[in-house]
Design a protein around this ligand. Structure first.
Ligand code: PDD
Length: 285
């Protein structure tokens, strides 16, 4: 089945799908995005992802490209046309196409909407979760509005590449006060030696992950204690477990941070249980 992308009202062959060179996403990273998990051909937590999209758009004063029901339909259509059973659907909205000027274009300029979908290999993901992943810590160097899911991801790109070159899967940003904020494309968690689950509050410094919210719900329902507070890399080195969360990886155990084994260097029981139970708490559309 050949891949299809949705671009501004049209379903096009993925290989030739494109936006204009003066799209403000391309010129200025003037846009926002969402990544939603697809499982069994259905959208996971689409409602919450679209709520967050609305918030990102309104923070940047970008008009919604279409209503909620129509957008959900486009997401489903792209998933179906690409035959994606398990994978992700990606959507991006930019402030549209206009002559290159930093200030906003004329009122009425249509926002651009792109939607793509991609298959994942669930077996490979499971193998990765059984082995666990490595993380490195890097200095936080992003702008303060990381609560907005903007396509401006250069520090994230550089951090992820640094992790890759160090043989790791993710980079955790560490702020000026010495606390972990989040990963380059994931939220960061530890489990303390007395079994408490710790993740940074979403008031500042991180993207308020949808997976994070569902994992919190799942953890509490399983009788686990969740503490929303910042933690340092030093605390993480000595933690019983660590893990990362995102729509693209759900819950992924971390077994090494900055070359130091976490716990017994194997995926932790809490992380694996949360991974296994996650979809019982997520919404499907
Ligand atoms: N990333 N923090 C950052 C910086 C992220 O980019 C993401 C998601 C998350 C987790 O959010 P959620 O649980 O809602 O997926 C946290 C997506 C998957 C990406 O950029 O591909």
């Amino acid at each position: 089945m050949s891949r299809i992308a949705y671009v501004n009202g049209r379903y096009l062959p993925h290989r030739s799908a494109s936006v204009h060179v003066e799209d403000r996403g391309y010129q200025f990273s003037d846009g926002v995005y969402e990544v939603c998990e697809v499982r069994g051909g259905r959208l996971v937590d689409a409602r919450r992802h679209l709520d967050r999209l609305d918030r990102s758009l309104s923070e940047l004063r970008i008009a919604a490209p279409m209503g909620r029901a129509a957008l959900t339909q486009v997401l489903k259509e792209v998933v179906a046309r690409n035959g994606v059973k398990d994978g992700i659907v990606y959507l991006q909205v930019t402030r549209g196409v206009a002559r290159r000027d930093h200030a906003f274009p004329a009122p009425g300029t249509a926002p651009s909407l792109v939607v793509t979908a991609r298959r994942a290999d669930p077996a490979a993901q499971e193998r990765l979760a059984e082995a666990g992943v490595r993380v490195i810590c890097v200095p936080e160097n992003r702008w303060p509005r990381v609560d907005i899911k903007t396509v401006g991801l250069l520090p994230n790109v550089l951090a992820k590449q640094q992790a890759k070159e160090a043989g790791a899967r993710e980079a955790w940003f560490v702020d000026a006060a010495g606390y972990v904020t989040e990963g380059s494309s994931t939220n960061a968690w530890i489990v303390t030696t007395d079994g408490r689950i710790v993740t940074r509050p979403a008031e500042s410094g991180i993207l308020k992950g949808i997976t994070r919210a569902v994992v919190m719900e799942a953890a509490r329902a399983l009788g686990l204690v969740v503490e929303e507070r910042a933690f340092t890399p030093q605390e993480a080195y000595g933690a019983r477990e660590a893990f990362i969360t995102a729509a693209s990886t759900v819950v992924m155990p971390v077994v090494e941070i900055d070359g130091r084994a976490v716990g017994n260097a194997h995926p932790g029981a809490v992380a694996l249980e949360l991974r296994q139970r996650f979809h019982a708490f997520a919404e499907v559309t």
